[in-house]
Design a protein around this ligand. Structure first.
Ligand code: GLN
Length: 476
């Protein structure tokens, strides 16, 4: 049936390359549910899993949806891809995305936009930048998918397409073979139809990788919260700073309804303040482009990247400019300019340095509200014990539902950046966060939105990935 859906939904443009139908058929015909391997972990027998096109695979091109990588095939598989295959999974293909992960609607792609079908004939945003992965899962073209999440790129598409999207704590999943966007924020994330399937994949991938210098070493891993839950009753923090005026009423209702249902089940609710939230988005859009401008410098048509046509023998400056001017799309060029500016001598103090300070404040906000201490910090830095502490935070994933593609086209870049207000703080702090689809309430249900859901986000302390995944199951 995955195969049937792959041809039935080809027009959604979720995939940029696919496994041969015969391979998929031979492998997945006998597909069983996940079962336990010898070491007790779930194995992914013949499950078709789609891979975002910025994660290297030797059997498929890896373009990161960029013209500059249009002809690139990696000589090796990324660690995460290798681990999935070792566990028995089949790579279903590579998924469409915003170029190099820069975007929120999967429309900035060399391969054309990802299109979510809605209300008979309306095309809507699948979210970005892992929109292809999310839509591939939502339309059952694969069992699950890998994406990457730098500032929300797994969680936002999960919310818009109605699937589960998990961004693990920074440094847990290997980034070896993952094309860098902003190294200090980049994580590999997982999309699936349930928290259980996402967790099965997480368990396979959550390993130290000596090839990735930012992979968390075993000595630190052993200090992380390993238990799913301390007690049946979870202390849920409600970040009041996320109740912004532009929050769509349908989203606010879903948030309130979810909180009520959890309270009725015996969990306790605690309003908390995260005052640096307001400035987190601006800080992110200074830091991420700064790192990107540096990462993308190597694509010049000499060291990396497809050279522009007909310019051999021209001076280097012309060769670089033509290659980069033609190879990068407009949004990527905008980010390079932004990043190069904020790192320049006249701007670094007012932009980059300030943004780093805001990032620190965002991290401190989170450490103040969580009951568990951040295992990466010294005991002494723990905040005052007077305030009420929580186990998880619960808030919307995005301020609105998926916009139509025509609305997206009419947006200016700043409006597109606004979609990330609720996802960026956990990225700046490196925290685990998951988006779970919650059905739209009866009274909000019109003929138009009846199939749709709202993405609700659960954020945990650094290393509390199991708690976040476990708690997500309560929302299903
Ligand atoms: N929309 C955000 C950006 O464009 C997030 C992207 C991501 O997480 N890769 O930077």
């Amino acid at each position: 049936s995955y195969l049937i859906n792959q041809s039935k939904y080809a027009h959604l443009n979720a995939f940029v390359s696919r496994v041969e139908p015969s391979v998929l058929l031979a492998r997945t015909g006998s597909s069983r549910l996940t079962s336990e391997g010898e070491d007790g972990r779930l194995v992914l027998n013949d499950k078709p899993i789609a891979i975002k096109d910025n994660i290297c695979t030797k059997d498929f091109k890896t373009t990161a949806s960029s013209g500059i990588l249009r002809d690139f095939t990696s000589p090796y598989d990324a660690t995460v891809v290798k681990l999935l295959q070792d566990a028995g999974a089949v790579v279903a293909g590579k998924t469409n995305m915003d170029e190099f992960g820069m975007g929120s609607h999967s429309t900035h792609s060399y391969h054309g936009p990802v299109k979510m079908q809605r209300y008979e004939d309306e095309e809507a945003s699948a979210g970005g930048s892992s929109g292809g992965s999310a839509l591939a899962v939502a339309s059952a073209q694969c069992w699950a998918a890998l994406g990457t999440d730098t500032g929300g790129s797994v969680r936002l598409p999960a919310a818009y397409t109605g699937v589960v999207g998990f961004k693990p704590s920074y440094g847990l999943l290997s980034r070896w073979g993952v094309i860098a966007y902003a190294n200090s924020l980049d994580t590999v994330g997982i999309l699936g139809t349930s928290a259980t399937s996402v967790e099965a994949i997480f368990d396979q991938l959550n390993l130290y990788d000596p090839q990735d210098p930012t992979s968390l070493p075993p000595s630190t891993r052993s200090r992380l919260g390993s238990k799913a839950r301390a007690s049946d009753s979870v202390r849920i923090g409600i970040p009041l700073d996320y109740n912004i005026t532009t929050l769509h009423p349908i989203v606010r209702n879903a948030w309130v309804r979810t909180l009520k249902a959890l309270h009725e089940r015996g969990h306790t609710l605690h309003p908390v303040r995260l005052p640096a939230t307001q400035r987190a988005l601006s800080a992110y859009y200074v830091l991420a482009p700064a790192e990107a401008s540096s990462n993308l410098a190597k694509y010049d048509g000499v060291r990396y990247g497809s050279r522009a046509e007909g310019i051999d023998g021209t001076p280097d400056s012309v060769l670089f400019a033509k290659t980069r001017g033609q190879g990068f799309g407009p949004e990527v060029q905008r980010r390079i300019l932004l990043g190069a500016f904020s790192l320049s001598a006249q701007a670094i103090d007012n932009y980059f340095i300030q943004a780093q300070k805001v990032r620190r404040l965002v991290q401190q906000d989170f450490n103040k509200v969580f009951a568990t201490q951040n295992p990466l910090l010294d005991e002494t830095t723990h905040a005052e014990e007077t305030e009420e502490k929580v186990d998880v935070l619960l808030c919307p994933t995005a301020p609105s539902l998926a916009p139509s593609l025509s609305d997206v086209k009419a947006q200016d870049p700043i409006q597109a950046y606004m979609n990330d207000v609720f996802t960026v703080p956990a990225s700046l702090a490196g925290l685990p966060a998951i988006s779970v689809p919650v059905p739209i309430a009866g009274k909000d249900r019109t003929k138009e939105n009846e199939e749709f859901s709202v993405g609700i986000q659960i954020i945990g302390q650094y290393g509390d990935d199991k708690l976040v995944l476990d708690f997500a199951k309560e929302l299903e």
